[in-house]
Design a protein around this ligand. Structure first.
Ligand code: HEC
Length: 152
C-alpha cells in the first residue's frame, strides 16, 4: 500500500511529461509548418507582382499623373492627337478653337471638352475619325479640369 503511492505518482509524472513532450512535439511540428507554407507564397507573389508591375509601369498601363498642367500635358495632348489640325485658325471645326488657352477653357467650361474626349452622350466623339484617347490621358484631363483648368 505504501509502495504503490509513489509508483502511482511517478506514473502520473511520466504520463504528464509524456503528454507535455507530445504537445511540444506537435507544437514544434505545426509551428514551423505555417511559416514555411506562407513564406514562399508571399515571396512569390510580391516578386512576381513587382516585376510584372515594373515592366507594365514603364510600358503603358500605369498612369503617371505627375504632370497634368496646361503647358506640360494639355497642349502636347492636343498636338499629338491631331486636335489642332481641325480646331485652329479663323474657322475651327465646330467653332471650337483649341489653339490657345482661351479656346480650350471655353470648351472646358461648357462641358464639351471632357464630354467629347470621354465619348459621353450628347457630345461629338473626339478626336473625330480617330481612336478614343487612352483612359490615362482622359483621367489626367479630368485632374486638370478638377484642379480649376488653370493656365499653368
Ligand atoms: C478630323 C477633324 C477633327 C479632329 C482631329 C478633332 N475634331 Fe473636334 N470636332 C471636329 C468637328 C467637325 C466638330 C463639330 C462637331 C461634329 O461635326 O462632330 C468637332 C467638335 C469638337 C468639340 C465640340 C463637341 C460638342 O459635342 O460640342 C470639341 C470639344 C472638340 N471637337 C474637341 C476635340 C479634341 C479635344 C480633339 C482631339 C482629341 C478633337 N476635337 C479632334 C473635328 C475634329
Amino acid at each position: 500500500m505504501i509502495s504503490k503511492k509513489p509508483k502511482n505518482t511517478i506514473a502520473k509524472i511520466h504520463c504528464l511529461v509524456f503528454s507535455l513532450c507530445l504537445m511540444l512535439t506537435f507544437a514544434c511540428e505545426t509551428e514551423p509548418l505555417e511559416p514555411i507554407a506562407q513564406e514562399p507564397e508571399i515571396e512569390d507573389t510580391t516578386t512576381a507582382d513587382t516585376t510584372t508591375n515594373d515592366s507594365v509601369i514603364t510600358d503603358s498601363n500605369a498612369c503617371d499623373t505627375a504632370d497634368y498642367t496646361f503647358s506640360g500635358f494639355i497642349v502636347p495632348l492636343l498636338t499629338d492627337n491631331g486636335c489642332k489640325g481641325c480646331h485652329q485658325g479663323s474657322v475651327p471645326s465646330g467653332g471650337v478653337g483649341l489653339d490657345d488657352y482661351t479656346g480650350v477653357k471655353a470648351a472646358v467650361d461648357n462641358g464639351s471638352f471632357l464630354g467629347s474626349i470621354s465619348h459621353a452622350n450628347g457630345f461629338s466623339n473626339m478626336p473625330k475619325g480617330g481612336n478614343k484617347l487612352d483612359s490615362c490621358s482622359i483621367a489626367k484631363v479630368e485632374l486638370w479640369i478638377n484642379g480649376g483648368a488653370k493656365n499653368d
